[in-house]
Design a protein around this ligand. Structure first.
Ligand SMILES: Nc1ncnc2c1ncn2[C@@H]1O[C@H](COP(=O)(O)OP(=O)(O)OP(=O)(O)O)[C@@H](O)[C@H]1O
Length: 319
């Protein structure tokens, strides 16, 4: 079983991840402009942002793969530069890119990876458990180069977890993967989280972040725009959406047209600010214009709406 990796660190009150004023330039481009935040042990945290926001740069700095120009990062209290080895042992990163050694077989690769962290045969039962859980049991003797993209991603996930790190960072783990792997991965991560693992996730699928993560940071142009518990972020926007289809394909009265945010085959979506446009007033305007409603639905704003409002970008999964 996966023993609780968090107990000692949580008891000591140490942040799982502490980021202090991290800056990074690539030539004239400021990829990170002074990023600071903490993640507490046991959080399921979403790091979101449009393309180019700086998420992967920040993750590479946390993993010690890229150096920050200034600032510091500590994983479970271990500085990622001064105390690199200890910090690295506390961290598992599932990278966005499929990077692997093509010649190793799956089980062999995982055992070697465990060895890098100083874990010997005592880690083998955990490796076998992960092979089962990630549906890799039939691939243990297959070499990496012969695996499909989805299977390679499963191995990368196992590779990141091989030393049972208390902090796991997943960089776009579900980009381009099938529904089955997505389900397997989230069930597995939820279980590890329930046992004490701190999880940080970047994703363009905001419904995943909304469902899984208790707190969200939105990074944009190298800076943290917002960092809040998910329910608070969802609740602070005083509007809702009304989807309407009018009988006979009729058009809306002039006074309501400015509220339309989408119109697909006669189904219109209106964004209603709760105070300025009470729903009753919309129905009243339709009734006095002699218009009949064929279908109606309301929808609360979700993380995707809030992301668009804050960054001016779609997160990437469309709707
Ligand atoms: N090695 C590099 N050399 C030069 N510029 C880089 C390098 N790595 C990243 N950048 C630039 O830094 C900015 C931040 O990139 P980064 O990959 O961190 O963003 P991201 O939020 O992870 O984006 P995505 O969601 O597309 O992965 C981008 O403008 C990118 O082009």
């Amino acid at each position: 079983m996966y023993s609780n990796p968090q107990k000692t660190d949580a008891a000591a009150g140490t942040a799982a991840l502490q980021i202090r004023d991290v800056r990074k330039r690539y030539g004239s481009l400021e990829a990170l402009r002074g990023v600071s935040f903490d993640i507490a042990p046991g959080e399921f945290f979403a790091l979101l942002g449009p393309n180019g926001a700086g998420k992967s740069t920040l993750i590479s700095i946390i993993a010690g793969l890229v150096g920050a120009d200034t600032g510091s990062v500590a994983v479970m209290g271990h500085d990622t530069v001064k105390d690199f080895r200890a910090a690295r042992r506390k961290l598992g990163v599932v990278p966005q890119e499929l990077v692997f050694d093509p010649f190793f077989k799956v089980r062999e690769l995982l055992r070697i990876q465990a060895g890098y962290y100083g874990c010997g045969k005592e880690s083998w039962p955990w490796i076998e458990e992960m092979l089962e859980r990630l549906d890799l049991a039939s691939k243990t003797e297959v070499s990496m180069r012969a695996l499909s993209g989805g299977m390679k991603r499963r191995v990368l996930i196992a590779q990141a977890l091989v030393h049972k790190p208390p902090l796991v960072i997943l960089d776009e783990p579900t980009a381009g993967v099938d529904v089955e792997l997505r389900r397997t991965l989230w069930a597995f991560m939820r279980e590890l989280h329930a046992q004490g693992t701190t999880v940080v996730l970047t994703t363009h699928y905001l419904e995943e972040a909304q469902e899984l993560c208790s707190r969200v940071a939105i990074l944009d142009r190298g800076a943290v725009q917002v960092i809040e518990p998910t329910p608070q972020l969802l609740a602070r926007h005083p509007y809702r959406f009304l989807r309407l289809k009018l009988a006979g394909g009729a058009q809306l009265p002039e006074s309501l047209r400015e509220l339309v945010t989408a119109n697909v085959e006669g189904v219109m979506e209106l964004k209603l600010e709760t105070r300025r446009h009470p729903i009753g007033a919309v129905f009243e305007a339709l009734r006095s214009a002699g218009l009949a409603i064929e279908d109606v639905q309301t929808r609360e704003p979700d993380l995707e709406d809030i992301f668009i409002e804050l960054t001016g970008h779609k997160a990437g999964n469309g709707r």
